[in-house]
Design a protein around this ligand. Structure first.
Ligand code: SF4
Length: 403
């Protein structure tokens, strides 16, 4: 396909596709999905080889948020029966982080629900960052605390944070339909504050909220302009008890096309498969490794992911390798300085997988009912509520974390 040859050539040169080309990727048919994966896979391997960076989420503060992000199980008025707790102590957070590091994660993403941190919250998270860094040699720390005020990014950087995550989530045009308590411009401002403080910026999106292809392309081109080092791609987990509970719009093939489009637009950025991979990619998850070079190990913020061991086995079986702490995630030109180069690697997302959009994602516990043993396979695109399991282990519980 001429389109794919063109996009590979551009991706290897770090040249963006045109808007029309990005839309054309999303419009390819299911018959062509392996060709799309193969083409975007060439770009992924050119910049990142076969390495997969593992990130581990620690939900420092869960639920009870005053904001109204529609995709989020922690939002104001959410009826989702998620864990709710206030700030973990530094030692508790460090213990949770250590489990992720022992499981192979090189980055820990510290997430807290809320509009944004108070200065006291930043003090508290700074203590937690120092504790984690002292107790886990070589680990990268990304903070994801919502909208930042003046000076807070600098304070987090001084405490040892490597990165800050805040997702754009969706296009500017549709942002007001998803959230009314803050604006798209607020989000852009926080990503810029993180950049300016010397933190590696992490900012991504949530697909599957009812947006159009144009919206998806808009948000990905806006991200390219902001130039984050890492771009988490969440697939909405339609949580019961949230306004988007009925938005089951994604198929595994659609998820692959979205990841491929993101890879073509941001060829040398860390593209991370974030929340919702188990729920929406399902058995096609290994194909997504040919597009993304990063994922979250184990559980998400408020939902459970597949067993950490299953993540590791999937990576090995697909012929990829877990990136070590001695390996640099980003290509040399991004590490060396300049825009979007912030010394090290990328980060996460609040939606579920990660932060910045603390809401949707993440999950697909394979322990729950359904999945295995079902007599008949559900049609593609059908709601898979059987794959959504609220997190009941790890941070905020007495049970061991999944890592
Ligand atoms: S995404 Fe973050 S800010 Fe929005 S409702 Fe969820 S926790 Fe609150």
């Amino acid at each position: 396909m001429d389109l794919l040859n063109t996009l590979v050539d551009k991706g290897l040169r770090r040249e963006p596709p045109t808007r029309e080309e990005a839309l054309a990727v999303l419009a390819t048919s299911d018959d062509d999905v392996l060709d799309v994966v193969a083409a975007a896979g060439k770009v992924r391997r050119h910049w990142f080889g076969r390495r997969v960076k593992l990130n581990y989420l620690v939900n420092l503060k869960s639920g009870l948020c005053p904001e109204d992000c529609s995709y989020c199980s922690q939002r104001l008025g959410s009826k989702a029966e998620i864990l709710k707790y206030t700030w973990l102590k530094p030692d508790q957070a460090s213990q949770a982080a250590a489990a992720g590091v022992a499981g192979g994660a090189k980055r820990v993403c510290l997430v807290a629900s809320g509009r944004g941190p108070t200065d006291r919250d930043v003090d508290r998270v700074s203590d937690t960052i120092r504790t984690i860094k002292e107790q886990n040699e070589g680990v990268e720390v990304c903070a994801c605390l919502g909208l930042l005020s003046e000076g807070q990014a600098e304070q987090l950087r001084a405490a040892g944070a490597d990165a800050y995550n805040h997702n754009l989530n969706t296009s500017e045009a549709t942002y007001g339909d998803i959230t009314t308590t803050h604006t798209y411009a607020d989000r852009v401002d926080t990503v810029q504050k993180a950049h300016a403080a010397g933190l590696s910026a992490c900012s991504g999106l949530i697909a599957g909220m009812g947006e159009s292809d144009e919206d998806l392309v808009d948000v990905v081109f806006s991200l390219r302009e902001l130039d984050p080092d890492s771009v988490p791609v969440n697939f909405l987990i339609p949580f019961e008890g949230t306004p988007l509970a009925k938005e089951w719009n994604l198929t595994p093939q659609r998820c692959l096309r979205i990841l491929a489009m993101v890879r073509f637009v941001c060829p040398d950025a860390e593209v991370r498969i974030a929340g919702g991979r188990e729920v929406h990619l399902r058995t096609l998850q290994p194909l997504a490794l040919h597009l993304a070079n990063s994922l979250f190990l184990g559980d998400y913020l408020t939902s459970e992911g597949q067993a950490g061991r299953a993540d590791l086995e999937m990576i090995a079986d697909a012929g990829f390798e877990v990136e070590g702490t001695d390996q640099v995630t980003l290509p040399g030109h991004r590490v060396a300085g300049g825009c979007g180069s912030h010394q090290e690697a990328g980060c996460g997302s609040h939606q579920e997988a990660g932060c910045g959009s603390h809401g949707s994602g993440g999950c697909g516990s394979h322990e729950g009912p359904g999945v295995c043993g079902s007599a008949s396979a559900p049609a593609s695109g059908e709601p898979r509520t059987d794959l959504v399991a609220v997190r009941r282990r790890g941070a905020g519980t007495d049970l061991a974390p999944n890592a």
